[in-house]
Write a protein that binds this ligand. Structure first.
Ligand code: G3P
Ligand code: CA
Length: 352
C-alpha cells in the first residue's frame, strides 16, 4: 500500500471519528402521535393526512373497541374528552365509555380540538374534512391512499389500548385482511401490556404473520443494574423482553440514556420515545437532537413537521453509507492526485 493510499484511509477514518456521534440510529423514524395532533384534533383522518403531508413515516392510531366489536381510533376509554358525546347522548352505565356505544352511534359524534390543536390547519384542505372518529380500517385506507399519493409507503403503528384478547383478535384480523403480516411491512403493533404483546406474538406466529411488536413503558434498571422496562406489572429486564418484542417505546420522563439505548440495541431492540410535544421549533430541535444523539430510533411527535426537520438535520450531520463511500473515494482521489503531482513537483525544479 502506497503512502498516499494510507493517508487517504487515515483521513477517512479521522473524518468518521470527527463527524459521527457516539451513538446514532441508522434511520430514525417519525411517528405522528395520534396524527399531527399538535395541530388538528387527535385521531382524525385530517390529522393523519396532515401528518403524512408533513413527512411522517408512520401514523399512530390508539385503538378502542365499540360495543359491537369495531376498532376505532381513540386514546381514551371514554368519549368525553375528545368528542361531543355528552351533548348528544345520555350517560350509559354512569358515563361515556367507548365500549358502551355502537360504531353507528360513535359515527354521529364530532371530534373536538384539545390541547394546542385547532379545527383546521392554514393552507391544508383534508381529503375528508369531517372530524369524525375513524375506524381502524379507515386509518389503514388512508395510509394506503396517502402512500399512493406521496409515492412512499406510509407506515401504521396501532396501539392495543385494552389488554383484551378480543382486541388482539380484532387487530390481527384487520391487519390480515389488509395484507399486513410480512416481515418487510411498515408496521409496528404496540401495547403497555406485556401479556398483550406476548399473546399477539404467539397468535400472529400461528397465523403465519411476522409482526414487529413494541412494548411500552419506562426506562429503568433491574436489580443487577441491567437495562429494564418499568410497567404496571413490574420491572422486566430487556434481555427477557427481547424474546418476544422487537422494540420498546419509552416515556421521555424516564431515565433514557445513550448507555440504556446501546444495551437495547445490543439485544436487537429498537427504541422509540414518547411523547415529543414541544411546539417551539428551537426548543423542539434541541430536544429531538438530544435523543437522536443518544441513538433513539423513533420519535412519537405531536408536531411531526418539527420531528421530520430534526431527523433530516440529524441525517445531514451523520453521513449515510453512500456518503461515506463518496468521502472515502474523494479522499482516495486526493491521495492519487498527490501521488501524481509529486513527480511533477520534483520535475518542477524548473519552478524553483
Ligand atoms: O404509544 C406511545 C404513546 O402514545 C403512549 O402514550 O398515552 O399517548 O398512548 P399514549
Ligand atoms: Ca399511543
Amino acid at each position: 500500500m502506497k503512502l498516499q493510499q494510507i493517508a487517504a484511509g487515515v483521513a477517512a477514518l479521522v473524518a468518521t471519528a470527527l463527524f459521527t456521534p457516539a451513538a446514532n440510529a441508522a434511520d430514525p423514524i417519525v411517528i405522528a402521535h395520534r396524527g399531527a395532533s399538535g395541530y388538528l384534533p387527535e385521531h382524525t383522518l385530517a390529522a393523519y393526512e396532515l401528518a403524512v403531508r408533513m413527512g411522517a413515516d408512520y401514523i399512530e392510531p390508539d385503538l378502542q373497541l365499540t360495543s359491537d366489536g369495531q376498532l376505532v381510533a381513540m386514546h381514551d376509554t371514554t368519549l368525553t374528552r375528545t368528542t361531543n358525546a355528552a351533548t348528544l347522548f345520555a350517560p350509559r352505565n354512569g358515563g361515556y365509555r367507548v365500549s358502551d356505544f355502537t360504531l353507528a352511534e360513535i359515527k354521529t359524534l364530532t371530534v373536538k380540538p384539545v390541547g394546542s390543536s385547532k379545527p383546521s390547519y392554514p393552507g391544508f384542505t383534508p381529503t375528508n374534512p369531517e372530524l369524525r372518529v375513524p375506524t381502524f380500517q379507515e386509518v389503514i385506507d388512508l395510509a394506503k391512499q396517502q402512500s399512493a399519493a406521496a409515492g412512499r409507503t406510509v407506515g401504521i403503528y396501532p396501539e392495543a389500548k385494552q389488554a383484551d384478547p378480543a382486541m388482539e383478535d380484532a387487530i390481527l384480523s384487520t391487519l390480515r385482511a389488509n395484507g399486513y403480516g410480512g416481515s418487510g411491512d411498515k408496521l409496528f403493533v404496540q401495547s403497555f401490556s406485556d401479556q398483550t404483546i406476548r399473546s399477539i406474538d404467539a397468535k400472529s406466529e400461528s397465523l403465519g404473520m411476522d409482526l414487529s411488536l413494541v412494548l411500552l413503558g419506562g426506562a429503568t434498571t433491574d436489580a443487577s443494574g441491567a437495562a429494564a422496562i418499568q410497567m404496571t406489572g413490574g420491572v422486566f429486564a430487556l434481555k427477557d423482553i427481547a424474546s418476544f418484542a422487537d422494540g420498546i417505546g419509552l416515556s421521555l420522563s424516564t431515565a433514557i440514556t445513550a448507555d440504556y439505548i446501546a444495551q437495547a440495541h445490543a439485544l436487537g431492540l429498537k427504541v422509540h420515545g414518547w411523547t415529543f410535544n414541544q411546539a417551539d421549533p428551537t426548543l423542539a430541535a434541541a430536544q429531538f437532537e438530544r435523543y437522536l444523539d443518544m441513538g433513539m430510533d423513533g420519535l412519537f411527535a405531536n408536531f411531526p413537521d418539527l420531528a421530520v426537520e430534526a431527523v433530516d438535520a440529524h441525517r445531514g450531520a451523520v453521513p449515510e453509507t453512500a456518503t461515506w463511500m463518496t468521502m472515502i473515494v474523494g479522499f482516495g482521489g486526493v491521495g492519487l492526485l498527490l501521488r501524481r503531482r509529486k513527480p511533477a513537483a520534483r520535475a518542477g525544479i524548473a519552478h524553483a
